[in-house]
Design a protein around this ligand. Structure first.
Ligand code: HEC
Ligand code: HEC
Ligand code: HEC
Ligand code: HEC
Ligand code: HEC
Length: 219
């Protein structure tokens, strides 16, 4: 009688099962990696907006100050998104016929706010405050990247817990002099560690251990 399976089939079957198992485990490891990756956080991807507002034009080329539009960034927990009226201070005079600006004109005429899609968003269980960071010498670009070069606004960093803690444990590596908070091109110099320590002391920043307490961000 002919054998149903050739000798050695058992070994081949076991090999196939082993390879399958390796693929499954490998796939889980990769999936785990992706869920923690920049891709999962939408880093670098600009969401669609009602108007293609460009920070590159308005900040990089025209040089408008962040605070002209994000009026509460130094005073409150949120930075604030400008109302239609802020756009119309200029666009009632210039580029008045631009089709791209039609939603802005309609918003003013109909007295209905524009609905911008949020770019950065923390989960509800995380507490955040802009004014504390900005007034203690942490620049916008440390968290939002080079906004002045963005044609459409996108996330520059994944706001993972590790991202926050990386600075809370070592603020001296990131802190700047107050005038540099608004500099979107700022990079730490060779002696940042030394200057940073002095600035941390000057700004009365809580020492690393305290700043990384769970209750600082989860209250
Ligand atoms: C002329 C007004 C204007 C100026 C000046 C301006 N912005 Fe904006 N900004 C906007 C508008 C409108 C939005 C919402 C649309 C978008 O996301 O592009 C926005 C969105 C943002 C966002 C994303 C908000 C979110 O949804 O998470 C960040 C971050 C930001 N701006 C940072 C800055 C910084 C930093 C500066 C200064 C260097 C600046 N902006 C200057 C109008 C402005
Ligand atoms: C301080 C003046 C000023 C303010 C405030 C301002 N803009 Fe502008 N905007 C300009 C100028 C100047 C241009 C032309 C830039 C260029 O093409 O060089 C422009 C261009 C634009 C364009 C491109 C238009 C086209 O047809 O190419 C859009 C869209 C736009 N702005 C949207 C907005 C929105 C939305 C706001 C409010 C959040 C706003 N702007 C606030 C001055 C301003
Ligand atoms: C330490 C990190 C950090 C710094 C520094 C920072 N931001 Fe933000 N920003 C965030 C986070 C995190 C969010 C999302 C907050 C949320 O979902 O509650 C955010 C949200 C925003 C938004 C959306 C609207 C809002 O009020 O939440 C704007 C606009 C903005 N930032 C502008 C700025 C500007 C302008 C500066 C500099 C003056 C700045 N940010 C500095 C982390 C930072
Ligand atoms: C580049 C540095 C840096 C990054 C990134 C950063 N922080 Fe901070 N954070 C600071 C500094 C400096 C302080 C001021 C501490 C002090 O005054 O003792 C602070 C203070 C805080 C406070 C205390 C506010 C208060 O009312 O006392 C909270 C909450 C906070 N950060 C949350 C966050 C969260 C959430 C993130 C991540 C999305 C983050 N931070 C990212 C540097 C940073
Ligand atoms: C500087 C701010 C900050 C501090 C301090 C902090 N967290 Fe978080 N935590 C965050 C942020 C931001 C997230 C959201 C991360 C995300 O969306 O991926 C988070 C998420 C979490 C989560 C949800 C699961 C996860 O990992 O995403 C847990 C659990 C957590 N934190 C526990 C803690 C504990 C325990 C401590 C103290 C040892 C702590 N956190 C201190 C900012 C902080």
């Amino acid at each position: 009688m002919r054998q149903l399976f050739a000798p050695g089939a058992d070994a081949i079957l076991r090999l196939v099962l082993l390879v399958a198992a390796v693929l499954v485990v490998g796939g889980l490891v990769v999936a785990g990696g992706i869920s923690r990756s920049n891709w999962a956080y939408g880093v670098g991807v600009a969401p669609t907006q009602p108007v293609p507002f460009s920070h590159k034009h308005h900040v990089g080329e025209l040089g408008i100050d962040c605070r002209y539009c994000h009026t509460s960034v130094e005073k409150a927990s949120t930075a604030g998104i400008p109302p239609t009226w802020t756009c119309m201070t200029c666009h009632s005079q210039i580029w008045t016929g631009s089709p791209m600006l039609a939603p802005v004109r309609d918003s003013l005429a109909d007295d209905k706010p524009l609905h911008w899609t949020r770019v950065n968003r923390l989960p509800d269980y995380v507490y955040f405050n802009h004014s504390v960071h900005v007034t203690k010498g942490i620049g916008c670009s440390s968290c939002h990247g080079a906004i002045n070069t963005m044609q459409l606004t996108y996330r520059a960093h994944a706001f993972t817990m590790a991202f926050c803690l990386n600075c809370h444990r070592n603020p001296q590596r990131f802190i700047r002099t107050p005038d540099q908070v608004w500099n979107m091109e700022w990079q730490p110099g060779a002696d940042q560690e030394r200057i940073g320590r002095a600035l941390v002391a000057q700004a009365h920043i809580r020492p690393g251990a305290q700043l990384s307490d769970c209750s600082t961000c989860h209250r």
